[in-house]
Design a protein around this ligand. Sequence first.
Ligand code: PLP
Length: 379
Amino acid sequence: MNVRPAASVGDPVERIDTPALVINLDAMQRNLAAMAGFARDHGLALRPHAKMHKSAVLARLQIAAGAVGVCVQKLSEAEALGAAGVTDIYISNEIVDAGKLQRLAALAGRIQLALAVDSVLGVERLAHALHAAGTMADVLVEVDVGQGRCGVAPAAAGALAHQVVAHGLRFAGLQAYHGRAQHLRSAGAREAAIEHAVTLVRAAQAGITSAGMRCPLVTGGGTGSFVFEAVSGVYGELQCGSYLFMDRDYADNEPAFEGPRFEHALFVKSQVMSRGASHAVVDAGHKAHAIDSGLPRVWQPHGRGALEFGNGGDEHGILRPGAHASAADLPQLGQTVWLVPGHCDPTVNLHAHYIAVRGGLAHGVVEAVWPIDARGCLA
Ligand SMILES: Cc1ncc(COP(=O)(O)O)c(C=O)c1O
């Protein structure tokens, strides 16, 4: 069944049905420009992570602002964005399934495509699929720089890069993303984690050089750490994603000492549907916002008494007055409550559309309704 969008172009904000996933376009475009400017000023390529927004429109806006292309994590995301007109996509993740690699090889005939590898089996199967299809993709060797997830040890990077070339594939560089560093709250802790990652990247580069090859690129970095990768002198490309929307979890980080600051640009619009003496209930629960990184924050830009969002289950959220507020600060029945999601990526995946608002959340107007093209693309 087609999901009915929560609003139409031209609607005033108050007419957006709830719950709805709303972009504050003015804030988002400031975030977009700030990151593009930062990459440009540091002489780095920017390849934003589209796993975050899953939207071809947003990918194209990022590319128009200077990004070289986008990253995704899943083949089906690449297929969805490719079908919607995005022409340069890097799957910054491993694929070893032969059926998926056949699909990848077909996609590589239509767009500029790249893939990460961390095993000889992965290289062999990728080569088999690409050669059979007569297509080509860039291949990046993933190095584990501290996440303890995918990636080879730095000492093994040279041998795997050699395998890439020996199988007739294009070795395009190193994938070096440190996911665990992103939400270390102190900027100093994130800086130290990336300094360590850079040491590991240098070791991997040395292995590639001694295998007689050149390492054309090191790519990685996220919203929590990009400032540190940028000044490292080894990274040539940044993969940040969440900066565009800036979720609550990232706002809880101590900002880096330097670099751009980002604004919240993604909200769940909710509405008070029930009211008690000391609490109010809104119509957005776990099905409207992800909870893996904690609950949403109630958006109170003018610092009205802090309202706290409590778990009300799948379809409800419970608002209570925070330490510096009273029941008098609770919103009334029918009143709009804007929520800042704890984590943007899985929140986006819950929704079918973005409602993009121009002119602010108080008096703005719906400028666009965009499908979330790669929603549900998990494979
Ligand atoms: C491989 C990779 N690169 C980049 C990012 C971007 O991170 P963020 O959205 O935190 O900026 C992610 C996010 O999980 C990732 O998995």
